[in-house]
Write a protein that binds this ligand. Structure first.
Ligand code: AMP
Ligand code: GLY
Length: 422
């Protein structure tokens, strides 16, 4: 089978590696991929929002199955487009992708189906914002309705800030939508729960804990994710049952009822308050960098799982997991999530012999005259597995030190919640 993988981040390199290890795969095409994927797949440059271009690549290269990594093409309807052209594709439809593409859609679905989530109000103007402020306690979370590349959420500790951020959104700061959602601020423990879904069934696909803040001790602005670990010990059997019965099943049932069944990975972002799960967000894809810690723990053939999800046969297959723990630390360009330099050479990456247990998933990289150069804010994901988070982290930090990339930085405290101070 020939596989087409859409995307170019660390998540896609981790997926690409699993596809590469799959027994039923002939050729892999990464659209557009990065320097890491170019070693195990054929990278094809393309605009992933130009669906006609993608379709042409699929046809020319006799691609049998397309897997979509990032949210934007999903929210804009790539899956519907390819299905119409009779192409096999893994990912949710445009309608189902609204779970991530519109916070207002997700919140309304929660309200209708009694799914636990923070109290909220959908607002289209400042009068509605003032009404919510009158009846709510600070801090208040302001969320842009549409996709905002991780920049759409602000936690506000004053009414003035709520007004200012709301005004910016109403004025069109995020092109995807001029609506917003105001939410009560939940205090608890955050965790991500993943499933893979087909028309009839779903299966567990791991848990992880991301670290969104740029600085150690969870300080500074939000990023796409500075590191993660898996599994997240907070998810025990009793919490998992609540997640499934209170959140996952009612959501999938509601979509099915409106004739818009879900298919794809579903990322359930939760806040656990006094052992009760509250839905913070849905993402209609794997997380990045969560994928980079979940996939190394997978002990089943990845393409077999994906293919069976596409033909609605998930029920028949068993997904096995390794007993190991896993962690990733993201090496970023200095300045990220603000401005940073591009095209900086990562001199030693191909010269150093890193420990065999350390895998490096590329994110914002490309090849330039045979050398690896940085192209993005998040550049490389140093990942490893083992029995102790403490030992895994030490091994990763040692490798990052060896690389000693002067244009980069990383958090040294990933996993602080599960690593006891010594
Ligand atoms: P989101 O894009 O909705 O996941 O929000 C980004 C981050 O903001 C989340 O990962 C949380 O850390 C935080 N957040 C969002 N909503 C809330 C809330 N209602 N209460 C507390 N923190 C929140
Ligand atoms: N790491 C957060 C996300 O993928 O949305």
């Amino acid at each position: 089978m020939n596989i087409g993988l859409i995307g170019s981040g660390g998540r896609e390199h981790a997926i690409c590696q699993k596809i590469f290890e799959s027994r039923s795969v002939d050729r892999i095409f990464c659209i557009p991929g990065n320097a890491g994927t170019s070693k195990i797949a054929i990278n094809i440059k393309a605009n992933i929002l130009n669906f006609k271009e993608i379709h042409k690549i699929v046809k020319t290269n006799k691609i049998d199955l397309v897997i979509v990594g990032p949210e934007e093409p999903l929210v804009k309807g790539l899956v519907d487009f390819l299905i119409k052209k009779k192409i096999k594709v893994f990912g949710p439809s445009k309608y189902a992708a609204k779970l991530e593409g519109s916070k207002a859609f997700m919140k309304k679905l929660c309200e209708k189906n009694n799914i636990p989530t923070a109290k909220f109000k959908i607002c289209k103007n400042l009068t509605q914002v003032k009404e919510f402020l009158k009846i709510s306690k600070l801090p208040i979370v302001v969320k842009a309705d549409g996709l905002a590349a991780g920049k759409g959420v602000t936690i506000c500790s004053s009414s003035e800030k709520v007004h200012n951020i709301s005004r910016e959104i109403f004025n069109g700061k995020f092109r995807s939508s001029k609506k917003l959602v105001l939410e009560e601020f939940l205090i608890g423990k955050e965790v991500s729960y993943f499933i893979i879904v087909d028309k009839n069934n779903f299966k567990f696909f791991g848990t992880a804990q991301d670290h969104k803040k740029v600085k150690e001790k969870d300080q500074g602005p939000n990023t796409g994710g500075m590191g993660a670990y898996s599994p997240a010990p907070i998810v025990n059997k009793s919490l998992e049952k609540k997640i499934i019965y209170k959140i996952v099943k009612p959501t999938l049932r509601a979509l099915k009822k409106s004739n818009n069944h879900y298919r794809g990975f579903l990322y359930v972002g939760l806040m656990v308050v006094k052992r009760e799960p509250f839905l913070i967000e849905f993402n209609v894809r794997m997380g990045d960098p969560e994928c980079q810690v979940i996939l190394p723990r997978l002990n089943s053939d990845f393409i077999k799982i994906i293919y069976n999800a596409v033909i609605d046969n998930l029920r028949r297959i068993k997904i096995k997991w390794k007993n190991e723990k896993s962690m990733t630390i993201v090496l970023c360009s200095k300045g990220y999530p603000g401005n940073y330099k591009k095209d900086v050479l990562i001199t030693k990456i191909n010269k150093i012999k890193f420990d065999k247990k350390v895998k490096i998933y590329h994110a914002g990289t490309k090849l330039k005259d045979g050398d690896v150069v940085s192209t993005g804010g998040r550049v490389l994901n140093f990942t490893s597995t083992g029995n102790s988070f403490f030992k895994i982290r030490n091994l990763i930090l040692k490798s990052l030190k060896m690389l000693n990339w002067k244009a980069g930085f990383y958090r040294k405290d990933i996993g602080w919640r599960v690593i006891n101070k010594r």
